[in-house]
Design a protein. Structure first.
Length: 319
């Protein structure tokens, strides 16, 4: 019986020891870098590559180029549209040509003299109409011709006024708006053309080129990835019992595999939501197993050049 009791005690002792283990004093995670992705603006072939994976690149440095011939043709057409709109606006702002105004003046003068002639003839026939020297029909025709001459004179004078006044303000404003619209379309097309050359938005190391020369990536596909900056940062999973002890701005120690001593870091951000099961569905014992993603900025000199993905451990300074 005693032998059985000893055997039972031997079997359950590891579980008793495990239950008595203290809470973890380290939070685990990995080293991360800011990833800056470049995307394809069009599904066109890659025609040139300016860098290789692992190269250090400066901000604004070209990384690869997509076939941009169609976009270049669009830009050329829109440039021509802008030139047309500019000349149209200049024409409306300048008004009618002097030759057109001079022609209208001559037409108005001719209409005036024709009206005067018709008026004299009509008056002369009206004077002798009662004597029977001219027929009533002839006098009526002269009166009708006079009325037509007066109308033609008014028309010629109104056309002269129109030419001398220039184009309507509404026409000029419409042309100006059309020019602005054409310029905006050209600017949009030019900006899109520049994006056919994918550039590094930030300085760093070119980490990934998922497509090769000649490939046609789909629109919006990631074609470059740059690990930006000079220093990585740590992403650790903060245990739930530590949430009341750690806050953004706190200084902590980060132990990196392969390095003799710890690196000082400052807590940048702690997510408010747990990484796994929501806390309100768990018991008190289960909640201690929750973890919260925490970002830690590392000391620049100590962490400079460390590679992506190395396992790290974070501990509090008072541990």
């Amino acid at each position: 019986m005693r032998a059985h009791s000893g055997l039972i005690l031997l079997l359950i002792s590891p579980f008793l020891l495990a239950a008595c283990d203290p809470a973890p004093v380290e939070a685990l995670g990995t080293l991360e870098w800011d990833r800056v992705n470049g995307r394809a603006v069009a599904s066109e072939a890659i025609v040139e590559m300016f860098a290789h994976e692992g190269d250090r690149v400066a901000a604004g440095a070209p990384l690869l180029k997509l076939d941009s011939r169609l976009q270049e043709a669009l830009v050329s057409r829109l440039k021509a549209v802008v030139v047309q709109a500019e000349w149209k606006l200049k024409k409306l702002e300048a008004g009618y040509r002097p030759e057109e105004v001079a022609s209208a003046i001559a037409d108005a003068e001719a209409a005036k003299y024709n009206r005067q002639t018709m008026q004299l003839e009509s008056e002369r026939k009206e004077k002798v109409r009662s004597t029977g020297a001219v027929s009533g029909r002839s006098a009526d025709l002269s009166a009708n011709s006079l009325a037509q001459a007066k109308a033609a004179e008014r028309s010629a004078n109104e056309r002269l006024k129109m030419l001398q006044s220039g184009y309507r303000k509404e026409e000029v404003e419409q042309a100006r708006a059309g020019l602005e619209a054409a310029r905006a379309e050209l600017l949009h097309a030019t900006e899109a053309l520049e994006r056919y050359t994918v550039k590094a938005e930030r300085a760093g190391v070119l980490d990934s080129l998922p497509f090769k020369l000649g490939d046609k990536p789909p629109i919006g596909a990631v074609v470059t990835t740059v690990l930006a900056g000079d220093t990585p940062w740590a992403r650790v999973y903060l245990p739930e019992p530590w949430m009341s002890r750690v806050k953004p701005g706190d200084t902590v120690e980060v132990i990196v595999d392969g390095r003799a001593g710890p690196i000082r870091g400052k807590v940048r951000y702690i997510e408010s939501n747990a990484s796994f099961t929501p806390y309100y569905t768990l018991s008190e014992d289960d909640r201690s197993r929750l973890s919260f993603v925490t970002q830690i900025d590392l000391d620049t000199e100590s962490a400079k050049g460390l590679p992506l993905g190395i396992p790290v451990r974070m501990r509090l300074l008072d541990e």
